[in-house]
Design a protein around this ligand. Structure first.
Ligand code: UD1
Length: 374
């Protein structure tokens, strides 16, 4: 019998990691897979459009969990994924990244004896106030195969006492997606369609609880964006969480469309995002994925956080931590505009071939776990 793997994704940043693994498994053959979508993200602009852009096959299973508090959302995912596992248990399962769907499905699986592989294992911000850091720690503690994107991940896992035999440095699958989609993304000329043809501009995203959930911090950051946009037009692709947070505290006007210098849009498709990022003079963001993408595209990135679980983007990439202090952000912004910014370097194993390496490792893993297959 051919082993069957569940590939579990649920939230936007999972989808660009899922796509190259699907391609790698299809190209290699020898393993069957089912895509399981938890439904953590459900707006078409946060999910369907990624499946379309990245030509990911439609999920075989949809758990439709939707939003909720962390406890509610995580519990609902565990309950629904467990029911699926009991009905049709796979030989193993794969989770991606650090979202609630990642930890919830890993936990449901391991309790039923289904082995777990974690793509993007080992990353640590060492900031346990971040929900993602808790998700990373817990997922890695119960995973059987830890597929790591950058050397810091290997060191972190070793320090936590994880046996080296479970750990593989495979590189960054998300960069496979970036490299394969870049030509099509550039052809979109998204900036030109926004009236920025030939003009320098910046690109902004903001959604972390640490930046948007506290009204004072949110007001400061949104006010700062208004100022910076007068120096350089900014395109702000706004996460629904941020729109809701701004509306709650009476700041909806600062994220409304129709502004002269700050172009406010809803969540953008993958291709439009890459199109905008690749042509930007600077990116301001608190996204993990964008720190990596800007590093490969050699676009200066002001990371609005005090820490990062992706330190290679600081040591070899183009990202710098600027926190959420306006003075620090302004100073870094001025440095970029003055051309005073590191150019970035190539990052080992971020080469567009990580999906193939993941497929190899998953196949070898299943061969070890299911040795009786014929
Ligand atoms: C989640 C991940 C975060 C990731 C981000 C990317 C966790 C803990 N966080 O954060 O690591 O960087 O995705 O987007 O898993 N909402 C919608 N439509 C949707 C989805 C969400 O309107 O399709 C709104 C809802 O108001 C929801 C809120 O966004 O309550 C937050 O969604 P949630 O999935 O809980 O976390 P994100 O902030 O998206």
């Amino acid at each position: 019998m051919t082993p069957v793997l569940d590939l579990v994704a649920g939230a936007r940043p999972n989808f660009m990691k899922l796509a190259p693994v699907v391609q790698g498994l299809v190209a290699r053959g020898g393993l069957e897979f089912r895509i399981v979508h938890t439904g953590q993200h459900y707006d078409p602009s946060m999910t369907d459009i990624f499946f379309e852009d990245l030509r990911i096959p439609a999920p075989a299973v949809h758990l439709d969990v939707g939003s909720g508090t962390h406890g509610v959302q995580t519990a609902r995912i565990i309950e629904r994924y467990e029911a699926h596992l009991l009905k049709t248990p796979p030989s193993g399962m794969v989770v991606f990244g650090d979202v609630n769907s990642t930890v919830a499905c890993a936990l449901a699986a391991v309790k039923l004896g289904v082995p777990v592989a974690h793509v993007e294992a080992g990353l640590r911000s060492f900031d346990r106030t971040m929900p993602e850091e808790i998700n990373r720690l817990l997922t890695d503690a119960i995973a059987d195969l830890l597929l790591v994107s950058e050397p810091s991940g290997v060191e972190n896992l070793r320090r936590e006492g994880v046996n080296d035999s479970k750990v593989r440095l495979v590189g960054n699958v998300m960069i496979d997606t970036l490299m394969s989609q870049l030509p099509e993304a550039r052809e979109r000329r998204t900036a030109a369609r926004l009236g920025l043809d030939g003009r320098r501009y910046g690109f902004v995203t903001l959604h972390r609880p640490s930046n948007v959930d506290d009204p004072e911090t949110l007001a400061t950051l949104l006010g700062l964006l208004q100022d910076l946009a007068r120096e350089l037009p900014l395109v702000f692709a706004i996460h629904p969480r941020t729109v809701a947070a701004a509306a709650r505290v009476g700041l909806a006007a600062l994220v409304a469309d129709g502004q002269e210098h700050l172009i406010c849009l809803g969540p953008q498709s993958y291709l439009d995002t890459v199109s905008l990022v690749s042509g930007a003079a600077v990116v301001l963001t608190d996204s993990g994925g964008l720190q990596e993408e800007t590093s490969v595209l050699r676009v200066p990135c002001l990371t609005l956080r005090d820490n990062t679980e992706r330190p290679v983007t600081l040591t070899r990439g183009t990202s710098r931590l600027v926190g959420n202090d306006p003075a620090r952000i302004r100073a870094a912004f001025a440095d970029v505009l003055a051309g005073d910014w590191p150019a970035g370097d190539t990052i080992p194993l971020w080469d567009g071939k990580a999906g193939g390496r993941v497929a190899e490792e998953l196949t070898a893993w299943m061969n070890r776990r299911c040795p009786t297959r014929t």
